[in-house]
Write a protein that binds this ligand. Structure first.
Ligand SMILES: C[S@@+](CC[C@H](N)C(=O)[O-])C[C@H]1O[C@@H](n2cnc3c(N)ncnc32)[C@H](O)[C@@H]1O
Length: 340
């Protein structure tokens, strides 16, 4: 018996006659933090072409890796995304629980939290895209069936992010929107936003990591979205942005994984290209996303303002504080607008 238990026993003997008892309170949520049960999760379902294409020795991937290796190191020196962050298995199962989207790790990744998040998203989705978008579980996504619908973190986060933009930018009513996603991962939000909103005319994905560019190219081609999405390799992004205008830049859980020097590089490019709006989702770390921090504890909010962007909205991921405490991976969303 430990010291605390002995003290409790001793005090209980003393107060028993007053009908009182000291009991140990378990931290709330222990029952909520059980490992996620994902009966529908499968790593076997892979299109045959993916088996053949998504390999470390693919010549397209090797070409991108060579080009990124000789690019400006201010952008490419990794803070988090060192070699080996994406393992050969992650190449094929890029939608699995890996560095792109944690699905079994991090805050509130229990079955209960996924169920809560699903019902929340259904009730908060002003755009009605929860009904429209589907989860096929391909490429290793962790899925659950809730309310007779297959859900994943990819699906739920995307719906919440799109609704944040709807609330503050009236996104679905803008005409011919051009989006630039910096650190676009496997093209999660590109896939969801173009599937949800027909007015997204062009969704550009770019990245500081060659393998992410390679995977997003494959993924968006696989989804048949080449007409409205374009993956731009890092060494072409400046040229492309000098030729076309972008309404909205997106950075979801990416700047938190970059050095400040890389964030400076991206912000200077956005300001030079007169990109009007920028949405950011920082990693929550220990502050719940109330601060915009990099993994090494630097505040990158200051960098964004330094380049002329002013904060115009800041919302918790979930509008109900109770849901923000218990739902999947809570953080904050920030919207910035370039000052003229
Ligand atoms: C956690 S993933 C998020 C992916 C995606 N935004 C999403 O939410 O699904 C972080 C992304 O940041 C990218 N990244 C890492 N370092 C970068 C850099 N220096 N510049 C741009 N993107 C970077 C990674 O390649 C990866 O795509």
């Amino acid at each position: 018996m430990g010291f605390k238990s002995r003290v409790r026993k001793y005090l209980n003997k003393k107060i028993e006659r007053y009908d009182h008892k000291i009991i140990k309170i378990e931290p709330p949520g222990d029952e909520h933090s059980e490992p996620l049960i994902s009966p529908e999760n499968s790593k076997t379902e892979l299109p045959e072409e993916a088996q053949n294409y998504l390999k470390p020795d693919n010549s397209r991937l090797q070409d991108l890796e060579m080009r990124y290796a000789s690019f400006d190191q201010k952008v490419t020196t990794p803070l988090v995304w060192t070699d080996g962050t994406v393992q050969p298995d992650d190449l094929k199962y890029f939608r699995g629980d890996n560095a792109y989207v944690w699905q079994l790790r991090g805050d509130n990744m229990s079955t209960m939290s996924y169920v809560l998040t699903s019902y929340y998203v259904k009730s908060a989705d002003k755009l009605g895209i929860y009904e429209k978008l589907e989860e096929d579980g391909l490429f290793g996504a962790v899925t659950l069936r809730v309310d007779n619908k297959v859900i994943s973190r990819d699906l739920l986060d995307s719906i919440i992010e799109i609704n944040f933009l709807e609330r503050h930018l009236n996104l679905s009513n803008l005409k011919d929107v051009s989006v630039l996603d910096i650190g676009a991962g496997y093209g999660r939000l590109a896939h969801r936003m173009t599937s949800a909103l027909p007015n997204i005319k062009n969704y550009l994905c770019t990245d500081g990591v060659a393998v992410s560019t390679f995977i997003s190219e494959y993924h968006l081609r696989f989804r048949g979205l080449e007409d409205r999405t374009t993956v731009i390799p890092l060494d072409q992004i400046e040229k492309i942005l000098s030729q076309r205008s972008i309404d909205l830049a997106v950075n979801i859980h990416s700047f938190s994984e970059c050095h400040i020097s890389a964030i400076e590089w991206w912000l200077s490019l956005l300001a030079k290209s007169r990109v009007t709006h920028l949405i950011i989702a920082p990693n929550a770390f220990k502050n719940g996303g109330r601060l915009m921090l990099t993994k090494d504890g630097q505040d990158f909010g200051e960098v964004i303002e330094k380049y002329g962007y002013k904060l115009v909205a800041q919302d918790p991921k979930y509008s109900d504080p109770a849901v923000q405490e218990w739902a999947v991976n809570p953080t904050y969303y920030y919207l910035f607008q370039l000052q003229s």
